[in-house]
Design a protein around this ligand. Sequence first.
Ligand code: SF4
Length: 314
Amino acid sequence: MTENAKKIILANPRGFCAGVDRAINIVERALQEFGAPIYVRHEVVHNKFVVDNLKNKGVIFIEDLQEVPENATLIYSAHGVSVEVQKEAEQRGFKIFDATCPLVTKVHREVQRLHDQGYYIIMIGHKGHPEVEGTMGQVDADMALVETVQDVANIKIPNTEKLAHVSQTTLSIDETQDIIDALKQRFPNIKGPNKDDICYATQNRQDAVKDLTTKCDVIIVVGSPNSSNSNRLREVAALRNIPAYMVDNVSFLEKSWFDDKYNIGLTAGASAPEILVTEVLEKLKNWGFLHIEENSGAEENIVFVLPKELRTND
Ligand code: SF4
């Protein structure tokens, strides 16, 4: 191949999903309506650029509600919170806005319903992730967490026929299927959602990367290290034996990654803004990848409405 053939293929869809868009809009609108400071429990979405930008506008990110003063405006991050956190926030009398993604809230409702029906629930997810903490904190009951197929073999659960599983929304589609298969094998009567709980944005972005792996010899994922869905995108490529790197921003790119490469696949996690992709593109152009192609992929037109009090009339 000649140098002239070097190109970048952009994944579609990539970047912001409807839940991230809504969560950031909620914080921006609250800033406009009520002024700084606005308190947000946990990073509103897992992206350093987004979080730093909001900090500069007067948003204070906290993990513990004890850090929030009386009469403050408090927003829950897109990952959701436990019932305990909600109760504490309500008791403290904050003005509260819930930026939990509606698709995470749907899993919360599932957990509550299953618990009311007497099921013991097994969650598939990553230990310590705020979404998992929020979902497992929806009911005042013991739940099991599994992260791998191996965990399924090891978990100890009460002696009951009424077992159900739910999952974090941003997992690897393929790995989750393997875990669900292992759960069904060990517990043939286990009940699951009609479709797994992995959201449309995670599914579409992983499918888009799978497609890129058939066309590219290296893949770059724009995303912050703590972004679950961005990490999964990198893994999807790596599992298909395509070198794949995740970068928080353009400064993390290393020229040597592209030695002897002709087709770079470029994507972004659901919490990474397009401006960061544009900056990466510019750098890659400087390094000789002059042709840019938009790959085709699933069309997304989902929009989640803002809370009533924060909607504008325009
Ligand atoms: S990745 Fe999925 S669950 Fe998370 S905010 Fe986006 S749409 Fe919602």
